[in-house]
Every structure is written in structure tokens, then in C-alpha cells.
Design a protein around this ligand. Sequence first.
Ligand SMILES: Nc1ncnc2c1ncn2[C@@H]1O[C@H](COP(=O)(O)OP(=O)(O)OP(=O)(O)O)[C@@H](O)[C@H]1O
Ligand SMILES: [Mg+2]
Ligand SMILES: [Zn+2]
Length: 329
Amino acid sequence: MGYSKSVFENALNKLYENRIDAEKKADKRRKEIYSKFPYVRELEHEIASCGVEAAKTVLRGGDVVSEMTKLKDKNLGLQKELKDILVQNGYDENVLEPRYSCEKCSDTGYYEDHGNTLMCTCLKQLLVKYACEELNRSAPLSLCTFESFKTDKYSDVKDTATGIVPRVHMEKILKFCKAYAQNFTTSSESVLMKGATGLGKTHLSLAIANEVIKRGYGVIYVSAPALLSKLEKEYFSRSSSDSDTTEMLSTCDLLIIDDLGTEFRTQFSVSQIYNIFNSRVLQGKPVIINTNLTMSELEKAYSDRFVSRINGAAQKLDFLGEDLRIRKK
Ligand SMILES: Nc1ncnc2c1ncn2[C@@H]1O[C@H](COP(=O)(O)OP(=O)(O)OP(=O)(O)O)[C@@H](O)[C@H]1O
Ligand SMILES: [Mg+2]
Ligand SMILES: [Zn+2]
């Protein structure tokens, strides 16, 4: 698993900050309690000296076992006395201990299991989060929100051929996208946004990305041409690139591939697109794909297999109306 050095550093720094924060807060609580109940300080002092005494006993030799048992009993008695005092005064019995964000690893990122040191899920999640942020740095995320998406830009005149009113239709799409973002989970369905240029596909998919990121998920937004040139470079140079793109594409919570069909098409690109989509579908993880191509054009450009995968796994949204880029001018 290759995350870049800066992603690793950011994740470990975040854990370090959490740890220091928890310890500072515990120190603050301790000081408060000491000032109100000086006896608590004496008890803690005595507990600490039991530990020192134990070390001395071992070094001294002699009847180590019975000495240690006595010390252990004394220590347990003192601990109990301390907890009783705390509880009697309305505190939690662990009030003097730091409250780490992650109990499993005490915000260190690693824990011991049967003698093995393992990476904690909290560190893994941070790595995904920072790696997604790194990949998304070039995406215009902040401009496209649900609030800035206006449905009055679409015609309210019924299309005679289809009987559909674009504005009403786009209001439904907006509603669907909002609900999708609000109810997003890592097993949400995939979405195919298709339609002519300038109808708001990129805008709405970025609005979903914004909301889903806010809710703490790892999202990658990437355009098909950028994605494929990156994959091609990594594949053909076989360089040990510092970020493992393929791994990220398969592990992020939501993958958004924009402008599918505008990339330079080769056997390599066609098989990569299929593999990325297929591997996520097999894991039950969502992908949002945006394209100008129709279903039959997708079939021609990629494969029946790919299209039948999409048909089986994705909700299709048809964007209707006139190009909003032209109407703006
Ligand atoms: N309903 C909308 N309300 C406000 N702005 C919109 C709306 N739809 C699109 N826009 C704006 O119009 C421009 C074009 O929209 P967008 O890029 O989302 O279109 P698209 O469907 O992705 O087009 P393409 O297929 O060419 O990629 C963008 O600046 C976008 O923010
Ligand atoms: Mg677009
Ligand atoms: Zn942890």
C-alpha cells in the first residue's frame, strides 16, 4: 500500500495532536481535582511509589513472591480508595486518565495483537482521508454546491416529442442527488449522469462530493482523461509512484469519474475503465460516472459487458435542457 510521505505525515500528525490534546485535558482535570481534593494527589503519589518499591524488591532478591503479593494488594487497595473518592465526589472513576479519540490504539495508530504490531483502523481511515484530499486538490469543489444549483435555468416548456418538462425533470434529479448525498453510505448505489454538454452534470456531482466529504467519507473526483493519463504513466513507467492510484480508486468510499468518453481511447484505457468500475461493483462500493455519450455509444466505445454492468448497478439520470454555458453568455 503506497501512500505518499506527506499523506503519512499528515495522518500521524493528526493522531499526535489528538493524543496531546487528550493528555492535556487529563492534566487539566487532574490539577482541578488536586486543588479541590489534595488527598487525591497523596494517593496517586503512593500508588506511584508502589511501582518503585516493586522494582526495588526484585533487585533486592529474597522472598520476592510474597513481597510482590503484598505490594500488589496494597496497590489495588489504594487504586480502589482513589476511585471511590472520585466517584463519591461525582466524577467518573477514570476521570484522571486521558480520553483518547481511539480507545483501541490510544491515538498512536498501532496496537498489539498476539505479539504483532498492527495498524489501527483509525490510522487507515486518516490515510484514506488525506490521500483523497491530495487527489482532489485540483478539483473545483467549493464552487459547486446544491445551493448554487438553480432549476429555473431549465425550460418550463413541455418537450413535444417526450412530453417532459425539463425544469420539472431537473428538479427531480436535484432532489435525488440531495437525498443521495444525505443518505450516502459506502454501499450506496452507483449513479450514471448522462446528457449533453453544459447541463450541470459536473456541478451536481461536485455538490454530492462536497456533502459526502463533509460527512467524513473519502471521495475521489477525477476526470476520465486525467485519470487515464495518470494510470498510463504509472503503468508504463512502472515507477514505484509515491501514491498508489489503483489502490486509492478501489478503497475510497465514493469514486466520481467525470467526462467519461472524452479520454483518448486505447485498449488500455477501455480495459482500465471496465476494471475500475467492475472491481468497485463487486465490492458493493459506489461510483458516479458522468458522460455525454448515450447508452449505445457507451456500448460501442467500451463493451456490452461494461454497459450491462452499469445497467445492473447504477441509477441513470438523464440531464435535459439547453447548454447553460451558452445561456450564461
Ligand atoms: N442548474 C444550474 N444552476 C447553476 N449553475 C449551473 C447549473 N447547471 C450548470 N451550471 C453551471 O454551468 C456550467 C456548466 O455546467 P457543468 O459543467 O456542470 O455541465 P456538464 O453537464 O458537466 O457539461 P459537460 O458535459 O460539458 O461536462 C458550470 O459553470 C456550472 O456551474
Ligand atoms: Mg462536466
Ligand atoms: Zn486507533
